[in-house]
Each structure stands twice: as C-alpha cells, then as structure tokens.
Ligand binder design. Structure first.
Ligand SMILES: Cc1ncc(COP(=O)(O)O)c(C=O)c1O
Length: 387
C-alpha cells in the first residue's frame, strides 16, 4: 500500500501561491502546479530557439499526456483524443455517435451550456431532437426521471455532467450506465467538474464518450483537454472534422502527399492536426501529480474540508445547494443567504477567491486547501450572516 497523501507538504512544494489567500475557485480554473509550470517554461525556452526543441517535445509528449488522461478515467491510451476543451468532445459525440433518426436525446435542463448547445444543434445537423429534462425543485438533476425515460427504449443519447457546475451534485453514473447499456442508449459524460477531484472509472461505469477540459480540477493549461471514447465505438464514429494527423498516411513526414484514406488507429483520429505540445507537456505533469495524490484521497480531503462549513452555514440559516447524501457531495459547495451578494462581497473583500453562479456563492477548494482557509470563510461570514 502506498503512503497516504500528505496534502500539506504537497501544497508547500507544488502550490506555494496557496499560502497568500484562500483560493476556493477550482471549479472556474485551477492553478498550475510548480512542476507543470516548470515543464511549460522549459518547453517555451526551447521553443523560442526552435532548433533547441527535441524529439521528445513532440509525439512522446502527446503519448505521455494521453497515457495520463487514460489513467485518469480507467481507460486505454488508444481511447483518448487530446482536444482543446470539453465542448470539442461533446460535439464529437453529438456529430459522430451512431444514432437512428427518431430517437431522443436527453439532457438535464440545468447543465452547463457546453453540454446543451451541441445537442440542440443536432436537430438541424442530424434531425435529432434534444429534450431538456426538468430539474427537481431543489435544482438537482432528476435522475429518476432520466432513468424512466431511458427505460422507454427510444433514447439514443443521454448526456450528463459527472458533477454539476452549480452545486457540486455528483451524478449516479453507475445506475445511468446500467440503464443505458440495457436499453441501447449512448451515455455521454461532461467530466470537467469531476476529473481531478474524485475517482471516475469510465469503462466500469458504462460510459460511452467522456469529455473534459484540463483547466479546472486537472490544474492544466487553458486550451488542453481530452475526450475518452470507448474502444468498441472508435471505429463506429465517423470523424466529421478531418485533418492530416487523423490519417495513417501522414505518419511518415517525408512522404505526406502519398494520400491514402485510412484513419490512424484509435481515438487519436479525432485530434485533427498539430497540437500545442508545450501545453500538453504541462498537462501531463499536472495529471501525473493528481494521479500520484490519488483521486479517492483527494475526494476524502475535500469532503472533510467542506463538511464543517456546510453544517455551520446551515446553523446560520443559509441554504446549502445540492444533494444532502454524502455520495452526492463533492468539492463544490454553493450557498444562498438572505443577502447572497453581500456574502460574496464580504468574502471578496477578505481576499477569498470564489464566484457567484446561478444565484449562489460557489466555493470550490482543491487538494492544496487546508482547514484554516475554510475557517477563514466562517470568520468572514460570521460578520455578515444573521445570528
Ligand atoms: C460542466 C461544465 N462543462 C463545460 C465547461 C466548460 O466547457 P469548455 O471546456 O468547452 O470551455 C464548464 C465550465 O466552464 C463546466 O462547468
């Protein structure tokens, strides 16, 4: 058994910025750990001179990035396409998953728009109608309703976020995956709010396509991300955007005009063209750090950080958004008060990095945060919330 993660030591070594003021905003964007910043800087220095770039800076960097992404979701490297954000992956699923006309596409009505517009576009693009499923009165996804709809047998695609951006609700992917398998529905998961903060085994859960940008909980550069496509689907998904690196014949750079219509093996065919190698060098470092820290340990760390704050907020009359059950809670805590804007202003004035989303203050600590920072939040709000 490996030693338990020492989050405090990790913070000092890799996230020294965290000592300055509480950064509770990983759900918007995470910081780059030192080792990722160093990799990025070193790559940029070599890039500045062009001839200093080494063979390792190109394809081997991407191989390492794909390997880390695959490990993050319990999949294989051949199932990973490095894509610049979540939206590219969702669009890939929307445009390329084999679905017969007339079947329904289901999405929750409070999903982040990256997981809505690509589905709504399907009506014009493929004649498939997306239905927005109403949320429950507390704003959380109505999974029971989604399961019932899937059981009707006419749902082509169900698209969900693994963690809701508003309140941190953790999706019941196991039940959804089972229902989708039983009824011939493709399960597409927007995982940007989940990967890096909790374990997610896409294959074991029965996910078909998963998409995630790297810049939030994965602590990777903006413009990095990936899609994971279940191996058995790769050959069934015809790429809609085709580039030269999608093609096997381009592998030999000395003879690229020997055009031949054959895809590269695996999900790499969805990558299209030249990649930002420097950013994926940092992406690989960040993901490897998170893999070493262990996502189950990170999840436990975040739940332990937030539980006392949630209880205290409720004791002071605030409404904590999202599910109550521990399995539905994550590293996002959102709350409303009689004066939510006032609470936000007070936190901002105290230097606490957090945001307002859909009418609630959203706090999203990550592995570098420590209990004293959440205590600081309570101290600040103590002067604002009614007794
Ligand atoms: C659930 C969710 N999906 C997607 C995104 C972002 O999408 P993209 O990576 O395409 O910019 C966000 C936040 O910005 C989000 O919260």
């Amino acid at each position: 058994m490996s030693a338990p993660t020492d989050f405090r030591a990790l913070r000092e070594r890799e996230f020294p910025f965290a000592a300055r003021a509480p950064y509770l905003n990983a759900a918007s964007f995470g910081p780059l750990p030192e080792r990722a910043r160093r990799a990025l800087d070193a790559h940029t220095l070599r890039r500045a001179e062009a001839h200093a770039l080494r063979g390792d800076d190109f394809e081997p960097t991407l191989v390492r990035a794909r390997r880390a992404a695959a490990r993050m979701v319990g999949g294989g490297e051949d199932e990973v396409a490095l894509l610049p954000n979540t939206s590219f992956g969702i669009n890939l699923a929307a445009l390329a998953l084999p679905v017969e006309r007339g079947r329904r596409v289901l999405v929750g009505e409070r999903e982040f728009p990256a997981n809505v517009y690509p589905w709504q576009r399907l009506e014009a693009a493929r004649g498939l109608r997306a239905e927005l499923l109403p949320a429950r009165p507390d704003g959380t996804p109505d999974e029971a309703r989604m399961l019932n709809e899937i059981a009707r047998g006419d749902v082509g695609i169900a698209a969900v976020s693994a963690v809701q951006f508003t309140d941190g609700w953790v999706a019941g992917l196991e039940a959804l995956g089972r229902a989708c398998r039983e009824h011939g529905t493709w399960l597409v998961v927007d995982a940007i709010q989940a990967l890096g903060q909790l374990p997610l085994d896409a294959r074991a859960l029965g996910v078909h396509v998963l998409a995630a940008g790297g810049h939030k909980w994965l602590c990777a550069p903006f413009g990095t991300g990936f899609a994971w496509v279940a191996r058995e689907l790769v050959d069934r998904m015809e790429p809609r955007v085709v580039g030269w690196t999608s093609m096997a014949a381009s592998a030999d750079l000395e003879r690229v005009v020997d055009y031949r219509w054959a895809w590269v093996e695996g999900a790499r065919r969805f990558e299209v063209a030249t990649q930002p190698f420097h950013d994926y060098a940092a992406f690989a470092e960040s993901l490897e750090l998170l893999l070493d820290a262990d996502s189950a340990a990170i999840r436990a760390h975040l739940l332990a950080l937030l539980a006392p704050l949630a209880a205290w907020l409720e004791s002071r009359g605030a409404e904590v958004a999202g599910g109550r059950e521990p399995e539905r809670r994550s590293g996002i805590l959102a709350f409303r008060t009689g004066d939510t804007h006032g609470a936000l202003r007070a936190l901002e004035a105290a230097g606490v990095a957090c945001v307002l989303r859909e009418g609630a203050v959203r706090l999203s600590p990550h592995l570098y945060n420590q209990p004293e920072e959440l205590e600081r939040v309570m101290d600040v709000l103590d002067g604002v919330l009614p007794r």
